[in-house]
Design a protein around this ligand. Structure first.
Ligand code: PMP
Length: 464
C-alpha cells in the first residue's frame, strides 16, 4: 500500500533535525532514513509502499503485533479521564495501582522469593538506574555500606543512561562515555560458540562460565559486592542463549555470597520466552526484575522493576524516604495501555502459545537453518532466534569483523521485505508472539532467501 508521505521531504527534514539513537549521523544523512509510515499485524510499511515482515517486533517490544485498537482505546479513555498525575506527593492513580497488583499476581514466587511490589519508570535504562539506587540503598539500610559493587557481563545490555550503559558490557559504549561509572565491573559472557575450550561440552562450559562470577566476587572482595545483573539470555548482545547449567550455578554462587540477583527482563518478560517472566524459563530466583518494552507492547513507553520481598521488606520497613523517582513513574496512560495489553496476552494465551506447539514449530523450522552453507548454531529460545554466519561451516572459521557480513545479510533481508537484526556476524530475530504457522513459514522463506542472496553476494566479493 502506498501512502501520501513525501519521502524526500521527510528524509531531508530527518537529516536536518533528528539525531537518531545509535547512529552514525553523517552516514545516515548521506543515504536517508527509511520512512516507516504504518503497521498492521506482523508487517510494517515504508513510505515507498514496501511491505516488510517485522521479525524484530520493533525493538523486541511489539509482542501483540501492530494495529491493536484495544490499546488505542485504552489510551484514549485514560487520557480523557486522567491523562497525567504524579505519584510523588502521597497521591496515586487507579491504572498504576491496578497494574502493580496485576504484575505482582503474574510474577510467580520462586523458593523464598516473591514479588509484591513494583517501582515504575518509563524505560529499561531508567529501570536499571533505579536498580542501582535500590541495591545501594538496601545495603546501606542493612548497615553494609561497603557493598557497592555491581557485577555485569561483557556484551550484556542494560540500557543507555550512564548507569545502564555502565552495567552493560558494550565496549563501544564504554569508550564514548568514560564508563563504567565507579563500582561497576564485568565478567565474560556465557557464549559457548566463542568462549568454550575445544572439546568442552555445552554443560561443562556453562558451569565454568558461571564460575567467572565467583572468581570476580573473590577478586573484588565478597563484602564489597552488592549485586549481579544479567539478562536471562543476552538479547542485544546477539541472542546468546546460556547453557542449561549456567543459571543453576549462578544461583548457587549468589546464594553463597548473599549478593542480590537482578534479572534484566526488558526483552525476556511478557511471553517472549514462553512465560510471563524469563526467570521462570531458566528457573532461578531473582531479587529484582527489570521490565519495559512488551509490558505495553511498545505502544507507549513504560518500564519498571519488580521488587522482590527481600529488598522490599528492607526498603519499606527500615527505609524512610527513598530519594529517587521520575515524573512519569506510574504514568496513568501508560499503565492503562499495559493493562489492555496484558488483557490481550491473557485472552490469546500468548505465553502458553510460545511454550506450546507454535513455539515448538518455530524452533523446529528455525533449526533447519543449520543446513544452510553460511550458518552455524541456529537456535531459539521461546520466540527469540539467533545464528552465526560462518566462512567455513566445517572448520567454523569466522568472518573478519571488517567484512561486515551481518550488515550484508541485513541488507538482503530489508531488500526482500524482512527485518532481521545483525549483531556482528550474528543474525537475530524476536518475532511478534501472534505469529501463526503460516506466518512462520513465510518468515523462514524470507530468511532462506536473504541467506541465499548473501551467499551469492559474499562469493562475488571473494569472501567465501
Ligand atoms: N535492558 C535490556 C535487556 C534491553 O534489551 C534494553 C533495550 N534493548 C534495555 C535494558 C534498555 O531499555 P530502553 O531502551 O527502554 O532504555
Amino acid at each position: 500500500m502506498t501512502t501520501s508521505v513525501d519521502t524526500a521531504l521527510i528524509q531531508s527534514l530527518d537529516s536536518a533535525h533528528f539525531l537518531h539513537p545509535f547512529t552514525d549521523f553523517k552516514d545516515l544523512s548521506s543515504r536517508g532514513a527509511r520512512v516507516i509510515t504504518r503497521a498492521e499485524g506482523i508487517y510494517v510499511w515504508d513510505s515507498e509502499g514496501h511491505q516488510i515482515l517485522d521479525a524484530m517486533s520493533g525493538l523486541w517490544c511489539v509482542n501483540v503485533g501492530y494495529g491493536r485498537k484495544a490499546l488505542a482505546d485504552a489510551a484514549h479513555a485514560q487520557m480523557m479521564t486522567l491523562p497525567y498525575y504524579n505519584s510523588f506527593f502521597q497521591t496515586t492513580n487507579v491504572p498504576a495501582v491496578q497494574l502493580a497488583a496485576r504484575l505482582a499476581s503474574l510474577a510467580p514466587a520462586v523458593g523464598d522469593r516473591s514479588f509484591q511490589h513494583v517501582f515504575y519508570s518509563s524505560s529499561g535504562s531508567e529501570s536499571n538506574d533505579s536498580n542501582v539506587r535500590m541495591v545501594r540503598r538496601y545495603w546501606d539500610l542493612l548497615g553494609q555500606p561497603r557493598r557497592k559493587v555491581i557485577i555485569g557481563r561483557i556484551n550484556g545490555y542494560h540500557g543507555s543512561t550512564m548507569a545502564g550503559a555502565s552495567l552493560g558490557g558494550m565496549s563501544g559504549m564504554h569508550a564514548q562515555g568514560d564508563l563504567p561509572i565507579p563500582n561497576i565491573t564485568h565478567i565474560e559472557q556465557p557464549y559457548y560458540f566463542e568462549n568454550a575450550i575445544p572439546g568442552e561440552s555445552r554443560e561443562e562450559f556453562g558451569v565454568r562460565a558461571a564460575g567467572w562470577l565467583e572468581a570476580k566476587i573473590l577478586e573484588v572482595g565478597p563484602d564489597k559486592v552488592a549485586a549481579f545483573i544479567a539478562e536471562p539470555l543476552q538479547g542485544a548482545g546477539g541472542v546468546i542463549i546460556p547453557p542449561s547449567t549456567y543459571w543453576p550455578e549462578i544461583q548457587r554462587i549468589v546464594d553463597k555470597y548473599g549478593i542480590l540477583l537482578i534479572s534484566d527482563e526488558v526483552i525476556c518478560a511478557f511471553g517472549r520466552l514462553g512465560h510471563w517472566f524469563g526467570y521462570e524459563k531458566f528457573g532461578y530466583k531473582p531479587d529484582l526484575v527489570t521490565f519495559a518494552k512488551a509490558v505495553t507492547s511498545g505502544y507507549v513507553p513504560l518500564g519498571g522493576v519488580m521488587v522482590g520481598n527481600r529488598v522490599a521488606q528492607v526498603l519499606i520497613e527500615q527505609g524512610g524516604e527513598f530519594n529517587h523517582g521520575y515524573t512519569y513513574s506510574g504514568h496513568p496512560v501508560a499503565c492503562a495501555v499495559a493493562m489492555a495489553n496484558l488483557d490481550i496476552m491473557e485472552a490469546e494465551q500468548l505465553p502458553q502459545k510460545v511454550c506450546g506447539d507454535i513455539g515448538a514449530y518455530f524452533a523446529q523450522r528455525y533449526a533447519e537453518l543449520n543446513d544452510h552453507p553460511l550458518v552455524a548454531h541456529a537456535e531459539t529460545c521461546g520466540f527469540v532466534g539467533g545464528l552465526v554466519l560462518v566462512k567455513n561451516k566445517k572448520t567454523l572459521e569466522r568472518f573478519h569483523a571488517d567484512d561486515g557480513v551481518g550488515m550484508v545479510c541485513r541488507g538482503h533481508c530489508f531488500g526482500n521485505g524482512l527485518i532481521m537484526r545483525a549483531v556482528g556476524d550474528r543474525m537475530i530475530i524476536a518475532p511478534p508472539l501472534v505469529m501463526t504457522k503460516t506466518d512462520i513459514d513465510e518468515l523462514m522463506r524470507l530468511i532462506h532467501l536473504a541467506l541465499d542472496r548473501t551467499l551469492v553476494d559474499l562469493k562475488a566479493r571473494g569472501l567465501v
